[in-house]
Ligand binder design. Structure first.
Ligand SMILES: *Cc1c(COP(=O)(O)O)cnc(C)c1O
Length: 359
């Protein structure tokens, strides 16, 4: 038969490896199954013999990897009879929680830091009908409040401290292995709460334990310099970075992430906001791939470590692009000052502008 079965989301695909039952009502928007794109131009131009891939998680239903965890978290919340979910968020978790709650027909409450959330994410939380509580404080304060309020309110927390989130997110590692037919040598991720790097390590480890592969990658976590508790070796109180998705000073998966570093013989490093934005632009201009600033942290760090030889020539490297560039149009446009040319609606000026810019 020339037709393949319809893709119906990652819980259906990996149900044997996820905590669901045959009769579990699955809340899905077709998340997962994202492209693993091999970079062509960037490795050639930096003159390094590297097999460099990006896992474009921005192509999930709400535009970030959070959907992988949210399909699981909301499915289990509904299975347990819960009528409302709650999260603190730098943006993408709120967008995802709002969408999956809408799909499930339950309520969503989201706490976001005032003024520090990208416009697209705010729009998503609002349009899906979540109750948006904008707090005069940062993510870490929102997270503390969510934990407190959930103790005596009938709401289920869907932040990555909800163990079902990491279960869903581990499937990204499964997909990478299935495409490469092995695990890559290195896997680079941006790190905020460090749930995702921990989830990937779980996924890689599971496929190793089950004999599906015989290798695991070294895991590298990159943080923004202004929000780099793993580099400082301690929590920090006033994180700041243009990469708002990882503007986190008190990571929730602190212990797990250190174990990932040890278990995988990996490392943490930091990138400046300038490096992050440069990598975002490089990827858009050289490869046609638009990710949000936080996501570009993985590539920014990887390129530096490839350049220094810390990631040796001949390696295969996967960088996770955690979220879509359209999430944060303001930051993108700010990087392109002078990028739009105004002309009269007449052939002459239009042709002149083209000819001038052809060279
Ligand atoms: C949530 C998020 C991160 C950080 O993931 P953690 O699991 O918190 O480390 C990175 N990038 C984007 C775009 C995100 O939405």
């Amino acid at each position: 038969m020339p037709f393949r079965p319809r893709y119906t989301g990652l819980i259906d695909k990996y149900r044997d490896r996820l905590p669901v039952h045959d009769d579990t009502r699955i809340i899905s928007l077709g998340e997962g199954n994202t492209p693993l794109i091999r970079l062509n131009n960037i490795p050639r131009e930096c003159g390094r013999d590297i097999d460099l891939y990006v896992k474009y998680e921005g192509l999930n239903p709400t535009g970030s990897f959070k959907d992988r965890g949210m399909t699981m978290a909301v499915t289990k919340a509904v299975e347990d009879g819960c009528k409302a979910v709650i999260c603190a968020s730098t943006g993408n978790t709120s967008a995802s929680a709002a969408a999956y709650a809408a799909r499930a027909g339950i309520a969503a409450f989201v706490l976001i830091p005032e003024g520090k959330i990208a416009l697209g994410k705010l729009a998503q939380a609002m349009i899906h009908g979540a109750v948006v509580l904008q707090i005069r404080g940062n993510f870490d304060e929102g997270m503390r409040l969510v934990k407190e309020v959930a103790q005596n309110t009938p709401v289920t927390i869907v932040n990555s401290i909800n163990p079902f989130r990491l279960q869903g997110q581990k499937t990204a590692a499964f997909e990478i292995i299935e495409e490469l037919e092995r695990a890559p040598d290195f896997h680079c991720l941006p790190v905020g709460n460090a749930g995702n790097i921990s989830a990937h390590w779980m996924g890689y480890s599971e496929y190793l334990e089950h004999g599906i592969v015989n290798n695991r990658p070294r895991m590298i976590g990159y943080q923004a310099s202004g929000a780099a508790p793993f580099l400082r070796g301690a929590m920090i109180d006033n994180p700041d970075t243009v990469a708002t998705a990882i503007r986190i000073g008190h990571p929730q998966s602190w212990e797990l992430a250190w174990k990932v570093r040890e278990g995988s013989d990996g490392w943490f490093d930091e990138c400046s906001d300038e490096e992050i934005l440069a990598a975002q632009k490089l990827l858009t201009e050289k490869e046609g791939i638009f990710c949000e600033p936080a996501s570009a942290t993985s590539l920014a760090g990887a390129l530096r470590d490839i350049d220094s030889g810390k990631i040796p020539a001949g390696s295969s490297v996967v960088c996770t692009l955690t979220g879509h560039g359209l999430k944060d149009p303001d930051t993108a446009i700010r990087q392109c000052a002078g990028g739009v040319i105004s002309v009269d609606a007449a052939l002459g000026p239009v042709r002149d502008a083209i000819v001038e810019n052809l060279a």
